[in-house]
Every structure is written in C-alpha cells, then in structure tokens.
Design a protein around this ligand. Sequence first.
Ligand code: HEC
Length: 741
Amino acid sequence: MRCDIHFMKLRPFFLSVFLAGVLGCEPSTLSGPQKGSPAHLEAILTAIDDRALASGNPDGDWITYGQTYREQRYSPLAKINRSNLDELGLAWHLELGDRRGIQATPLAIDGILFFTATWSVVYAVDARTGSILWSFDPQVDRSKAADFCCGVVNRGLAAYRGALFLGTLDGRLISIDGATGRVNWEQETVPQDSNYSITGAPRVVKGNVVIGNAGGEYQGVRGYVTAYDAASGKEQWRFYTVPGNPELGFESEALALAAETWTGSWWEQGGGGTVWDAIVYDPELNLIYLGVGNGTHWNHQLRSPDGGDNLFLSSIVALDADTGAYRWHFQTTPGDSWDYTATQHIVLADLTIDGDLRKVLLQAPKNGFFYVLDRETGEFLSGEKYTYVSWAHGLDASGRPVERQGARYTDGRAHWVTPSSYGAHSWQPMSYSARTGLVYIPATRMAAPFANTVIQGPEAVNAFGTGHEVMASFAFDRATEMVFDTHPDAPLPGSATGELIAYDPREQRRVWTIPQVSQYNGGVVSTAGGLVLQGDAEGYLRFFDDETGEELHALDVRSGVIAPPITYLVDGEQYITLLVGWGGGAGQTMKHVDKLYPGSVYTFKLGGTEAMPPREDVIERPLTSEAFTGMDVEVGHGYNLYMRNCIACHGAVGSGGGAVPDLARSSKTTYDNLEQIVVEGLLAPLGMPKHDHLTSEDIAALRHYFLFIADSLRSGMPVMEMEGRITQMQQQALKAQRQKL
Ligand code: HEC
C-alpha cells in the first residue's frame, strides 16, 4: 500500500512515520519526502505550531532559540556522556567565508539546521552532511556598520508554521519561506535612518512574532518591543519600555507612572531601554518577560539630572501575552549609571523554596547579582552577588541594591567600578540543568573607570567610539584624577578575564568556578549526560563535569568561540553543533588566538571520522616600521579622533586587534591610502564605514597617532610612560582646539 505523504504537512515528522507504520506503508514512502528536499523542509517547519512549541522538543530537536519556551538550554539527551567523550569525532565542518563574529544558536529540526551568521545571513544545512540547502542574504548595507554598537552579529531565528523569522541588523523583521529561503513578507520594525539595530532572535507567541531592538548607546533611541502577526506581518501591539515626551501623551498608564521616575528632558536623547536579547514567553501564566537595557546617556546625572529610578530601564517587565499590556516589573539597577542592562538571558523554572514549589524566573544581569523572582507576581525571592561587585554592598529585603559610596562617580574624579560596562554577564546564554539544579553562567571579571567629566560637543573625545554625540560616561578627560578599588578581590585595572560559574540558585552560592584567560567566551549548554559544554576565546569546545567542574575533554575549533553549542538527535544519533566566528562587542577589539579563520560550523557525533581542519602556525602582523614624524599636538588630536570614531571597532591601538585589524600594524600602502579608506569608503563593502566628516588634517593626525604607538612599542617604552605622554598630548590638543573655537 502506498501512503499519502501529505500527512507530513499536518503532523510532526515522527508522528507521520508512526502513522505510516500503523497503516503498513511501503518502506520507500515511510520516510516521507527525501531529507533536505523542499518538501521535507516545508513539512518539518509546518509542523512547528503552538503545540509543538509548547511541547518542549520531546523528539530531541532544538526548535526555539532557548531550546524550549523555558529557555533552560538543558538537553535531556545522554547518549553522549561522561563515559564516552573520547569517541566523539567530527561529523563535518563547513566554512562560511566571512571573518566577523557569529553569536547564533541554530535551530535543529528533524536533521536540518537553520541558523544565522555575520550580516544577518541565514543558512539551511543538512545536519548529517553539512551541505547547504539554501542561504538567504537580507542585503544589510555593509557601509552602515558604524551605526551599530557591537559587531555585525545576529543571535538566531524563530520557526513557525512553515516560515522562519529573522531580525536583521538594520532593523527589519523578515518572514522567510523555510522550504526555499525566499521572502514571504518584510516589515521595517524601526524608523529608517536611525541608530536602532537588531541582533536578538525573534520569539513566536500564539501566532505573533515578537521582536525587540538595540542601540541604547545612541542618540534618539527609545526601546520597544513589537508583535507582528506571523502569517501576514501585520502589527498587533507595541510596548515602549521608557516614557516619551509627556506633552505628546503617554501610550499607557504604566508609562505615565514610569514618567514619574524620570527628571529633566530625558526624551530628547531617546531614553534608551532597548530589549536586545531576552524575550521569554510563559504559556502557563500567559506572560511575556522582557529584559530591558541601559539608558541614554549611561550617566544618570546627564540623563535624569534631578534623580529618579528611571523605569523601566535595567528591569524585567512582564506583559500580557495577548495584548502586550503591562503586568509587573522588577528593576535590578534603579537609576543605572554603568550600562548595567537587565537584557540578559531569562530562564523559567520551578524551584522548591522554603518547602513550596514556586514558579520562578532566573537572571544573572550585568550588575553582578543573581535574581530569583516569582514569575507570577514579580516578587523578589532572593538575590546575591554571583561575582565580585564593587558598586553595591548587597540587596535589601525588597531586592533594591544598597549602593557603595563613590560608585556614582559624581565628584569629578574617575572611579574604577566592577563590573565594567561589559557586565559580569552579557548576552552569552547561561544554562539551568534539571539534573544538578545548578545554573552555569559564562561570566566576566573586569573593572572600568567611570567619570562625569565627560567631554561633550566638538571637543568630545569619546562618543562611544563611533562618532555619535550621546554617550558613555567613560568618555572622560585623561587628566581626571583616578580613584582605584583597593579591595583584594577587585580585578586589576586593565585586566579582563572570564569565568564559568556553576551557581546554586536555591542557596544563592557558587559551587565551582573555571577561570578563563579572556573576558569573552561562548554561551553554555548542559545535558542529561552529566556535561556542561562551552566554547572559549582560545578556540576550544570544552566539556566539563556538571557536578565538579572537572574538564573532561576539549576539541580544537581553531578560532575563538562566542556562540553557544546545541545538541540534538538525527535518526536516533546525538549530534553537537557549534558555530565558530570570533567578533562581537568585545571580540572585534581583541583576541586570544592569533589567526582568524572564516566563520565555521562544526558538528560532532560519537564515531565521527572526519579529520579536524588543522590549526595553522601564524605570525602576528608586526608593528609597522613606518617612521613617526608627528608633533605632540597632532598625536593628541589623532588620539581624540580615534577615541571618538574608531575604538569601538578597532580596539586599543597596538594591542594586536580582534576581528577588526590593529591600526599600528598596517602596511605602508594602507597608511598611504588612509584618506581613501577612511574618508572615501574604499573598504565600505567589507564593513569599514566611510567617515566623510574627517578632514585631511584629521587623517594626518590619525596617522601620526598610529605611528607614535607603533614607534613607542617598538622602542620598548614602558606602558605607563606611553600612557602619560598620550595624556599630555591629549591636553595639548584640547587646549589648541579650545583656542581655535
Ligand atoms: C563599524 C566598525 C568600524 C569603525 C567604526 C572603523 N572601522 Fe576601520 N575597519 C573596520 C573593518 C571591519 C575593517 C576590515 C575590513 C577588511 O576586511 O579589510 C577595517 C579596516 C580599516 C583599515 C585597514 C587596515 C588594514 O591594515 O588592513 C583602516 C586603515 C581603518 N579601518 C581605519 C579606520 C579609522 C581611522 C577609523 C576611525 C576614523 C575606523 N577605521 C573606524 C571597521 C571599522
């Protein structure tokens, strides 16, 4: 008997095979359409409906960004486990070409991977062979890279009823036909010619696609989340996270109340509060939880001069899943002044607390405190430091931080504060293991100086490093007096390291810690096989014992890793896939492996026999030998321009560079063509934006600055002496500029 393979359109794949078996179909039709064919892709994606999304992936797939609606990133698979890691081998490896950052979590559905890479490009790949079935490039304008803060990255897709949903770097939401990779519909979710961007993954909630945005560092950005009908793309609702201009009226009662916590004319800068990562749906309570970001400006005094908590910045906000109406909020950092976003990964769990089973939400935001909240009401259940924190002593009974004196840097001096604006934990997803009850947090140890002696207007030395006028409080005059943190646990100024922390959320304590050489490492997954998996800056995918933290195994993936691994089943076999591509906010400015390989996908399984691609010996680009001939005032001017326009992508000059080149190590031809590259946009198609506001004099000053650094490093000048000279040079340049005005 032959079967009608149209079951495949109606039901999950495993069910159609089961039905085919019951009906006694011939083996050739049992398997349905050929794996990887458009009919197969259509069938498996059509099967992703509300019920499948709520099911928690029972057949070993990975069908949503956070693996299930609970976003625990804990796999119940145990075929790969502590006893057989030495049998793990490469199934295949695929190079994607581009050498910038890859942050995405792939979706794995019936043996097909769907993922995003650099510049929001989407791929559908056969998980058994690594062959590309289709790819889709949404054609983000490469020359606009300077409008986006943290690399040309994207964190992933949502799947629903035959379609895939993509948020592009330039702020569009695109519905893609999953069978062919063609566009179904496209919506501009942000105003065009603005500084909004999207790096986060959309989530599907009851037939709506919910998407946030990013860009709270920039002028005119006011955060919001929008829901669009998945089928038509029609807007259903929008929730703003910060109040707008009161004269125009507030969109809701909640925003009218929020406005009472702001002072001054905050709306002129936009306010910030973007939801650039965590958007989590809770089917049990019909709520959506948002993680809300930092304010514009970072500095509370500049943003809201007469004080106030500034709701809903740095908060977790719960919305009604049908209407987007406000339900409750919990603010982690009232009146934030350090870029302590609460956008970080939110995990839903049920924990027994004081004998009662509570529905909770777990978050380890940038501010360094771990929170357990009742997710029905937003009630604070507990919170403790999960790392060294200098800005607050602790939390009071309501969860409000008790701040340390000086943390708000209001006295004209520069205060070293921990965590830095990178946070103690950023977007890299953590994992909550149902096996151990522990949360595994990919964390950062780093302090940074904050000061309110911000240089603004034409003299600004740093507008978040990319030429925009609003920004960061670390944009201070180098002659500012420094206040160091002398606590023995404080990270040393300038040091930036990482740690993988196993944390017990019930007892609010660390269980074990793995110290790491870099601040920037990959997201985490844990499994029923007793494993915690994480890729790191040194270019290894490491396997840890989930109870002890012992490193059991490591696989060489050559480039630094920032994305989280996933694990899933294909034809009954357990696979592990990891996207590798160094870059992103911190990765573009520094690195821990010397060679940047093209973005790659690695897939491992037990008995995998492919040879691992070799890690080549590399010679770091040497410092240029071009002679330095500039005057101090020119170097100082070049330094100011660099801090204002270039540092966010190129990092500290002389340090070696990350995914973007170190400008003390360029070729003579590059220095000779600086004006074409920087002003005329010669490399714009490669993501090096045109800076046509710079004059020939500016370009000459930048060149002098690069050659001064190269010359000083070559001659072995001590770092402190070099820093001191730059401070003097900056002061000369600022003085000259003031005289000119
Ligand atoms: C939005 C990120 C970004 C900003 C901001 C930026 N760059 Fe670049 N730049 C890049 C990227 C990416 C490349 C590498 C392009 C490639 O693949 O060759 C690059 C390459 C270059 C190169 C070629 C270097 C070499 O050795 O090959 C020069 C010179 C350069 N940039 C100068 C500047 C200067 C000067 C500024 C500030 C005025 C600046 N860039 C700001 C991203 C940026």
